[in-house]
Design a protein around this ligand. Structure first.
Ligand code: AAO
Length: 503
């Protein structure tokens, strides 16, 4: 009896889905923020699969409100109107085609699931939604789901405004409105069932997992309740009994009562301290230096590595939304950004997500970017522009495609090559020159001091010729970039086994 109970307890603890369900030796995912489904399908085939990317986080695929003031902001997609697959990224047919084509080349799709809320309370009524479904925010009426007044937390929230007014009250954070967004009553089985129905629809199409948006604003047990209703993944691409990968957006920078660890039972959590701290170190703020990265990871107070989803920046904090503050590095700070992403991909901690953005006309007024709302590159009719590819492999139409930057792409491959190898042979100069290896498979050196390096370091690599995959890569049995790094004047340089380059 005791054994049985213990087994049951162990099984109970095991629901959490920490495994991204990627194919072996594909260890990173990329967020193709606001991309159209047809562009993602092509990117899977022409770029992501050949370069060893494990999967793609896509923008919310469900019908959302259409906002015209400001004109079609990116954040309208975080205001659901229904669970029809119908957005500026494409329709259901295009979504299915993307999932199929990406899975067929071993690239997984993760859906950003916005299930904490519907549109803003002040969203009005009508059919200004991406699929034309009628709704009335004032009456809490979303007939295309359907949800009605009973399905929202209006009665449960105890703040005068109905809004989250303070983050030190866990009841407000879970039961009141985040930024005016109508808060779903996830304690109701009906609401849980509707959410699960939406997610199951996507699972049946072939997605591999979900980012749970605003997870901090839902009770962990309510999330668990809808996760318990989910199907196993589609056996066309996954082995029988495979559960969806779950990573929950919980912003826990310390200082608030809600902790990321409360959500471990459901899956991984986003570790926001990671990008905030790494940005602080590389910017050399607060007396930080790279030498202190020796015990990066749990040693810095982060959640356990196997519970963490990590990233240098995300779609919110690259433009001042969400949390992380001004230390966050983005493509706008290209040199430091490459160093940060390079460090993330070389270091064994966490499951790594690479950001892929679009350019927008930044305009700082009194320290705030007044254009932080600007949506994806679009045509005059509001449709999203295609991701075009230039002859030099960069992207056109204002898509930044950080994942195609040589240094980032090559480090994604590096991470696959060194997968499972220990963090080893750390060296630092007490300042901002550091180096470390991954067993006998790869080695990386960073120089964020403003003087050259001139040291001999123990790499742990067998004798041989190595290509520096930051300045180039191995092609036709030759290094297109540097081949040796003893005294390189580079700010960032890397060494990995020649043979390991072939994946
Ligand atoms: C838009 C308009 C609003 C309008 C609303 C309804 O901007 O003015 O009221 O529509 O009409 C996105 C946009 C929002 C947008 C929304 C809906 O970012 O601007 O609202 O779509 O269209 C919190 C949540 C976190 C959330 C983040 C933005 O906890 O879940 O805010 N992220 C997700 C998505 C995001 C999306 C939503 C959720 C909603 O990634 O794209 O919003 O679906 C503290 C808390 C954090 C909190 C932040 C910001 O952070 O800890 O939990 O994030 O505040 O409110 C220091 C602290 C740090 C603190 C931070 C900021 O760094 O250490 O803890 O300061 O104070």
């Amino acid at each position: 009896m005791r054994i049985l109970l213990l087994l049951l307890a162990a099984a109970g603890l095991c629901w959490g889905q920490y495994n991204p369900n990627t194919v072996p030796k594909r260890t990173s995912i990329v967020h193709l923020f606001e991309w159209r489904w047809q562009d993602i399908a092509e990117e899977c085939e022409r770029y992501l699969a050949p370069n060893g990317f494990g999967g793609v986080q896509v923008s919310p695929p469900n019908e959302n409100i259409v906002i015209t003031n400001p004109n079609r902001p990116w954040w309208e997609r975080y205001q659901p109107i229904s669970y029809k697959i119908c957005t500026r990224s494409g329709n259901e047919e295009q979504f299915k085609d993307m999932v199929k084509r990406c899975n067929n080349v071993g690239v997984r799709i993760y859906v950003d699931a916005v299930v904490n809320h519907m549109c803003g309370a002040a969203g009005g009524s009508g059919t200004h939604s991406t699929c034309g479904s009628h709704f009335n925010a004032g009456n809490r009426d979303f007939p295309a789901v359907p949800y009605s007044g009973w399905d929202f937390n209006d009665g449960k929230c105890h703040t005068g405004s109905g809004e989250i007014e303070r983050y030190d009250d866990i009841y407000q954070v879970r039961d009141c409105r985040l930024s005016g967004l109508l808060d779903l009553a996830l304690e109701k089985d009906y609401v849980r069932s509707k959410v699960a129905e939406y997610m199951n629809h996507l699972i049946d199409i072939g997605v591999a997992g979900f980012r749970i948006d605003a997870a901090k604003h839902m009770w962990p047990g309510d999330i668990r309740a809808f996760l318990d209703k989910l199907h196993d993944l589609n056996t066309q691409w996954f082995s029988a009994g495979t559960k969806p990968f779950i990573y929950q957006e919980v912003i826990d920078l310390g200082g608030e009562p809600i902790k990321g660890s409360e959500y471990f039972g459901n899956g991984r959590v986003t570790e926001f301290k990671y990008g905030a701290k790494l940005g602080t170190v590389l910017r050399k703020w607060n007396g930080e230096k790279m030498a202190y990265l020796k015990n990066w990871g749990e040693g810095w107070g982060f959640v356990p590595s196997d519970r963490a989803l990590v990233f240098v920046d995300n779609h919110d904090n690259q433009r001042g939304h969400g949390a992380g503050g001004s230390s966050i590095l983005t493509f706008w700070d290209a040199r430091l950004y490459k160093m940060a992403v390079g460090f993330m991909l070389a270091h064994p901690y966490g499951l790594t997500r690479v950001m892929s953005s679009y350019r927008w006309p930044r305009n700082f007024q009194n320290g705030k970017d007044v254009n932080d709302w600007v949506g994806p590159p679009s045509n005059s009719d509001g449709s999203t522009k295609a991701v075009t590819i230039n002859p030099d492999t960069t992207c056109g139409n204002d898509w930044v495609c950080e994942h195609r930057w040589r240094q980032i792409r090559n480090m994604v491959i590096f991470r696959n090559v060194v997968d499972g190898e220990p963090f080893s042979n750390w060296w630092d100069n007490g300042s901002n020159q550091v180096a470390f290896g991954r067993g006998n498979k790869g080695f990386i050196i960073f120089n964020n001091d403003n003087w050259n390096m001139n040291v001999n370091v123990q790499t742990g690599l067998p004798a041989g010729t190595y290509c520096d995959v930051i300045s180039g890569q191995k092609e036709n049995n030759k290094c297109t970039g540097k081949q040796d790094f003893g005294t390189l004047p580079y700010h960032l340089s890397i060494k990995m086994m020649e043979k390991a380059r072939v994946i």
